[in-house]
Structure formats: C-alpha cells, structure tokens
Design a protein around this ligand. Structure first.
Ligand code: SF4
Ligand code: SF4
Length: 116
C-alpha cells in the first residue's frame, strides 16, 4: 500500500524525477510500478509526474524501456527545460510553493508544470 503523500516540510527531502515526454512511447510501465500513484498518462498518453506525490524510490527509472526517466539530479538539461511533464495534485500552500521554487533552482528545472 502507498504511504501518505508528503505535505509541508515533508516535500523538501525529495529530488523526484524528470520525464522527457518526447521520448516516451506510452507503454504505461512507470505508471504501473509507482508505489504511490505519482505517475499518470496525460491526454496524449505520455507519462506525467504528480510532483507532490513522488517519494524517490525510482522504480519508474528502472522500468522505462526507452530510458526517458531520470532522477532529477541526473536528468539532461534539454529535458529539464521542457514543460508539461509534471503537475501538482493539489493547490500548494505558501511554504510548499517556496519548497517547489527551491527544488527547481537546485536541479535546474526550467520547464513549467502542466495546467490541468
Ligand atoms: S521515483 Fe518512485 S515515487 Fe517517484 S514517480 Fe518514480 S516510481 Fe513513483
Ligand atoms: S515507462 Fe517510459 S515509455 Fe513507458 S509510459 Fe513511462 S515514461 Fe513512457
């Protein structure tokens, strides 16, 4: 069973993953393996991260057949600059927004989240 999704300061400890949707072949393996339902297929059947649910076990990285998922610290610059490969599960509180901005800066994520 999945653990409770992190909140508040609990969001600070995760590096999460980066997905390059242009490489994704929509197999669904990452969605199936994620223990906390932090991945979904979007309207184009491309894998998308639910940012505030990821807890860094990296099962998804290992199962992707085309290697288009990386821990954020190892992701290619070009992929980090793309938008739409992640979204939020809920409206973030002010502290959580600050943690999100710190995460972007730390890992060099310049792509914007998907609007859903
Ligand atoms: S790193 Fe783990 S928790 Fe995060 S999206 Fe991948 S499988 Fe899910
Ligand atoms: S495992 Fe890779 S190819 Fe398959 S849906 Fe996930 S990101 Fe796309």
């Amino acid at each position: 069973m999945g653990e409770a999704a992190p909140h508040g300061e609990g969001l600070r400890k995760y590096q999460r993953i980066v997905i390059d949707m242009d490489i994704c072949i929509s197999c669904g393996a990452c969605v199936a393996v994620c223990p906390v339902q932090a991945l979904e297929l979007d309207q184009n059947a491309k894998a998308r991260l639910i940012w505030d649910k990821c807890v860094d076990d990296f099962s998804c990285v290992k199962v992707c057949p085309v290697n288009c998922i990386w821990p954020a610290s190892e992701a290619p610059e070009a992929s980090k600059a793309k938008s739409g490969w992640y979204r939020f599960n809920r409206v973030l509180e002010d502290l959580e927004k600050k943690i999100f901005e710190e995460w972007k800066a730390k890992y060099g994520i310049t792509g914007a989240p998907a609007e859903v």
